[in-house]
Design a protein around this ligand. Structure first.
Ligand SMILES: Cc1cc2nc3c(=O)[nH]c(=O)nc-3n(C[C@H](O)[C@H](O)[C@H](O)COP(=O)(O)OP(=O)(O)OC[C@H]3O[C@@H](n4cnc5c(N)ncnc54)[C@H](O)[C@@H]3O)c2cc1C
Length: 378
């Protein structure tokens, strides 16, 4: 590993690898990325792998639209198949969230997202497994779909390397060397790297990395569990992703089986374990919305962390008061779908001094300095 670099990126998830690629692609040289374990071993390898245009706020819709441009053009740019399948994302509107979803639908239309409203009867025809008796309506965007995040990360790594970046696995950052208020280096388990610039893409550990330079990053990690069932033909392959926001539960087809997801508990550990006892709670929700799932057999599962900020926007930008420290973290439940724009914005910030594709001021850490927030739980 190099002992000197122009930039060190801490974290080899989908965000860190995207940052490495986009920086290299803009002609920035002398990049070193360090990943404590293996690329994709954190949240990026444990997600539900959905990419959505159907987002709730203007900035998140715009980030999705920018990211879709790269994802839809991925094969051409990277010569890699990321397995995009536009299965559609169906949001179920029960009474308590109907107004909210209607407002989101209007916003999405204003921004050019082709979301459609479906009546309960149409939903019942589309997904006969669902109990629609308490639904006001549903909204669906058919371009929303599933990808393979591992293929995305491997492509970012391959092309970042081709353009001269050094990507190291099994190397953990253990501290940052400061000279006055400036970054001077990174301490790692494989020796020190002298550098004037660090990008914090450490996912669930980003607050810890920020604390090394005296920053308080208001990120909390929430555990989410996914279970996968055995082959389950009662729900056919052409079924969209179904999200029941009111009960924080979702499912989609995964191969011949079903992927079920749920969980909003704050985690006390960085290494979330699958707890089989959680299956009971998951089954309760499943039976409420899709009683037919009582016949499905759960085979395996995993747990991961979603790293959320109080306003559910990422923290992206130069850190106040510490020269040479850039945050790109707190991506919550959207890091897979927004990885392309995340890397692009950091590359613009570092190469050009400002972001141009989107105005990223809303993501600066300074937004938290005056206000106390209670954490949102989505
Ligand atoms: C169950 C679940 C379902 C999800 N579903 C979706 C979805 O459908 N769509 C979507 O867009 N998002 C989804 N997400 C969220 C998404 O997975 C995350 O937002 C995204 O993976 C964050 O990427 P990241 O690179 O910031 O973090 P990570 O993938 O966690 O990467 C951070 C990396 O930093 C490394 N690291 C940490 N500290 C150090 C250190 N000191 N030195 C070196 N390396 C270090 C870690 O080992 C890790 O590999 C889901 C998350 C979960 C848990």
């Amino acid at each position: 590993m190099k002992s000197r670099a122009g930039i060190v990126i801490i974290g080899g998830g989908i965000i860190g690898t995207s940052v490495a690629y986009h920086l290299a692609q803009r002609g920035v040289r002398d990049i070193v990325l360090i990943e404590a374990d293996l690329v994709g071993s954190g949240a990026s390898g444990r997600s539900a792998a959905m990419i959505l245009l159907q987002m709730s706020r203007e900035m998140t819709v715009r980030m999705s639209q920018e990211s879709f441009k790269e994802y839809l053009n991925f094969e051409e740019e990277f010569d890699a198949d990321i397995g995009y399948k536009p299965i559609g994302y169906l949001n179920l509107a029960t009474k308590e969230i109907a107004d909210n979803l209607r407002a989101q639908f209007e916003l999405q239309h204003r921004l050019g997202v082709p979301t459609e409203i479906l009546s309960p009867d149409t939903i019942a025809r589309l997904v006969p497994a669902l109990d629609v008796s308490d639904l006001e309506f549903g909204s669906i965007c058919w371009q929303d779909g599933v990808i393979d995040p591992h293929s995305v990360m491997q492509a970012y790594v391959k092309h970042a390397r081709r353009l001269g970046a050094e990507i190291n696995e099994k190397v953990e950052a253990t501290g940052i060397v400061l000279e006055k208020d400036r970054v001077a280096g990174v301490r790692t388990t494989a020796g020190d790297i002298a550098t004037p610039l660090v990008v914090n893409a450490a996912g669930a550990r980003a607050a810890q990395v920020g604390a090394w330079v005296g920053l308080h990053l208001p990120i909390k990690n929430f555990k989410r569990t996914i279970f996968i069932t055995d082959r389950f033909d009662e729900i056919p392959e052409r079924t969209p992703f179904v999200m029941d926001l009111a009960i924080e539960w979702y499912f989609r087809k995964e191969g011949k089986g079903i992927l079920l997801g749920m969980g909003i508990e704050e985690s006390t550990t960085f290494e979330p374990q699958l707890e089989w006892e959680f299956l009971d709670a998951m089954i309760q929700r499943a039976l409420h919305r899709a009683p037919i799932l009582a016949n499905a057999r759960v085979m395996r599962g995993w747990a991961g962390l979603r790293s959320l900020t109080p306003d559910d926007y990422p923290i992206l930008g130069r850190a106040p008061g510490v020269e040479g420290f850039v945050n790109c973290c707190g991506w919550g439940g959207h890091g897979v779908m927004h990885a392309p724009i995340a890397g692009q914005l950091v590359a613009e910030l570092i190469a050009d001094g400002k972001t141009t594709t989107l105005d990223a001021h809303a993501f600066e850490l300074q937004r938290f300095s005056q206000t106390t927030y209670s954490h949102l739980t989505f």
